[in-house]
Design a protein around this ligand. Structure first.
Ligand code: NAP
Ligand code: GCO
Length: 262
């Protein structure tokens, strides 16, 4: 009888984490590596890819990095082909790369709106489309889309990001529906408010939003990328083989809570 914990092992698996030179992507990649996966990642800038490779090395991880923009479909197709030749078929993909532009909607240009949609929603489409054919040939795979509180909630100044992350939740459900019969599980991981460079501008001590998030989170703290490691390994492993089209929120309880009375 196999040991239950073996179901969380990623030994022999190749995991691609997009935009993983630092931040949430880097932490998730660290966790997948600790569970046994071989890590490949991409970033748009050579400088960040090199910094990422050095940071992985410092963490004892021999990661392979590629310079590629997730919105560049020919580039992503070429990168996936290179990964298959140099490392192996991608078993697990984490669509992590993403940006946010905090601009009041009526002041936001359509170009800015489109850029966020392109990276945060079209990017995961492009990357998933590139890896699914080989996953099918191999007999299955795992796609993890990094969603957000904004997959469920709106707030001032993040219209493009909420539209993208809401769409990413439905893309997750649709990939699960269309490719579940090929033993491909596609789920979302929905972080709450996490301490990364992306949230640094709204996290400074004394910033009203910082105090607001503390009051809105039952755990009364910001999350850290560490908090995402266990859930990511679960969704990447055979322990979640019958979980499909689900968004696992890792938010300290924000979505369940009306918020602390002022
Ligand atoms: P981050 O610190 O800004 O890192 C984003 C990463 O994505 C960077 O490495 C960035 O590379 C890369 N990237 C951006 N555009 C790209 C593109 N077109 N192609 C390839 N890589 C690209 O963000 P984070 O906080 O770690 O967030 C990572 C993911 O989690 C995002 O999808 C974000 O929406 C989501 N998320 C974050 C939070 C949070 O509270 N932080 C909560 C929920 C969800 P460069 O530095 O080279 O631009
Ligand atoms: C914001 C934040 C959020 C977080 C995250 C929440 O401005 O509201 O940046 O969008 O990044 O997505 O889950």
């Amino acid at each position: 009888m196999s040991n239950l914990m073996d179901k969380f092992s990623l030994n022999g698996k190749v995991a691609l984490v997009t935009g993983a030179s630092y931040g949430i992507g880097f932490s998730i990649a660290e966790a997948l590596a600790e569970a046994g996966a071989t890590i490949v990642f991409n970033d748009v800038k050579e400088e960040f890819v090199q910094k990422g490779i050095a940071a992985y090395k410092e963490a004892g991880i021999e990661a392979r990095g590629y310079v590629c923009d997730v919105t560049d479909e020919p580039g992503i197709q070429e990168m996936v082909k290179k990964i298959e030749e140099e490392v192996g078929v991608v078993d697990i993909v984490v669509n992590n790369a993403g940006i946010i532009k905090r601009i009041p909607m009526i002041e936001m240009s359509a170009a800015d709106f489109r850029q966020v949609i392109d990276i945060d929603l079209t990017g995961p489409f492009i990357v998933s489309k590139a890896v699914i054919p080989s996953m099918i040939k191999k007999g299955g795979g795992k796609i993890i889309n990094i969603c957000s509180m904004m997959s469920e909630l709106g707030r001032e100044t993040v219209s493009s990001y909420a539209a993208a992350k809401g769409g990413l939740k439905m893309l997750t459900k649709n990939i699960a529906s269309e490719y579940g019969s090929f033993n491909i599980q596609c789920n979302g991981l929905g972080p709450g408010y996490i301490e990364t460079p992306q949230t640094a501008p709204i996290r400074v001590d004394g910033h009203p939003f910082n105090d607001f998030i503390i009051a809105k989170t039952p755990a009364a703290r910001w999350g850290t990328p560490e908090d995402l490691k266990g859930p990511a390994v679960f969704l990447a492993s055979e322990a979640s083989d019958f979980v499909n089209g689900h968004v696992l929120y890792v938010d300290g309880g924000i979505l369940a809570y009306i918020g602390k009375q002022p």
